[in-house]
Design a protein around this ligand. Structure first.
Ligand SMILES: [Fe+2]
Length: 312
């Protein structure tokens, strides 16, 4: 797989999940749980103080973190909330967090509504959004990772989703958060090949990957709810993603219908096992890797740079 690119753009590795306040007690009481990294929405955590703030600080000392924003509203006609972006930068710096990701979407008019609306797939929108991403990157003094979102209508479309996504990323010179479930959801709802989409994503820009569950409304309509277990076709697409872009740090999203922590951790472990199998496949398929010292070095380097857990 000489075409595989492995990066460590997010400053994390292995398999992770989102940190919710309701999980904190369980994680504090079980310090040996197998989570390689955690994700938080800075929107919800930047203003925390007091005992909750101290508990969060302890988490950042124990785990690697990425941040995944909710309210930057990159496609909004409203001015960029630069005061908020400056707060995010302080939060990233204070906790030693490298990666800030956001949705390639907008949140409706005025205010942080958290409902994500699609940006029209047009060349004007490419320029508009890329300029806003560049401004965010100037303020936070690090790349922003842009997530491909699920969408249910594409008004005014001048180009395909992948052409729009790649044009924004190139114009903004930013990183990517590749949501494999969103690719799957969109491929069903809009009738395209999810593997062809993933094969066109510039691998060298991918900071990390999301997987999640969704809800099937009809055979040709599924909704990205983050409220169910990940289904087998999405796990298969994750395997394909690793084969295509390399084994990158991957995070399980679960925001609704939350299961017991042990069930959630079983899905995190499933990510880790797919990562391990993909790395093994790499080793088996590479003619250099025949159990000699050179092969061991390559595996070690692949593990440290690709994001797979060294002990998972
Ligand atoms: Fe996502």
């Amino acid at each position: 797989m000489s075409n595989v690119v492995s990066t460590n753009l997010a400053g994390v590795q292995g398999a992770g999940t989102g940190l919710r306040r309701a999980m904190m007690r369980s994680l504090e009481e079980n310090p040996d749980v197998a989570i390689d990294f955690l994700e938080v929405a800075p929107d919800n955590w930047i203003t925390l103080g007091g005992s909750l703030g101290r508990r969060f600080k302890a988490f950042t000392e124990r785990y690697d973190f990425v941040t995944h924003g909710l309210s930057l509203s990159l496609g909004s006609p409203d001015p960029l909330d630069e005061a908020f972006v400056k707060q995010v930068k302080q939060f990233l710096d204070a906790h030693g967090i490298q990666c800030y990701s956001e949705h390639l979407s907008y949140c409706g008019e005025s205010g942080h509504m958290y409902d994500l609306l699609p940006i029209p797939f047009t060349s004007d929108a490419v320029k508009y959004v890329a300029e806003r991403i560049r401004r965010v990157q100037d303020i936070i003094e690090r790349p922003l990772a842009i997530e491909n979102v699920s969408y249910y209508a594409a008004p005014g479309k001048e180009m395909d989703e992948i052409a729009f996504f790649n044009a924004v990323v190139a114009e903004a010179d930013c990183h990517i958060l590749l949501d494999v479930n969103n690719v799957y959801v969109n491929s069903i709802n809009h009738g395209y090949d999810p593997r062809a989409f993933i094969a066109q994503v510039p691998a060298e820009r991918i900071a990390y990957i999301h997987v999640a569950g969704h809800t099937e409304v009809a055979p040709d309509l599924i909704v990205d709810t983050h409220g169910n277990d990940v289904i087998d076709p999405v796990w298969s697409l994750l395997e394909y993603t690793y084969e295509t872009v390399g084994v990158l740090p991957t995070l399980l999203e679960r925001d609704f219908n939350i299961p017991a922590l042990s069930d959630q951790l079983a899905e995190v472990n499933k990510i880790r096992s797919i990562q391990r199998d993909a790395l093994r496949g790499d080793a088996t398929n590479d003619p250099l890797l025949n159990g000699n010292q050179e092969s061991n070095n390559v595996i070690a380097s692949s593990r440290s740079s690709s994001g797979a857990s060294a002990n998972g």
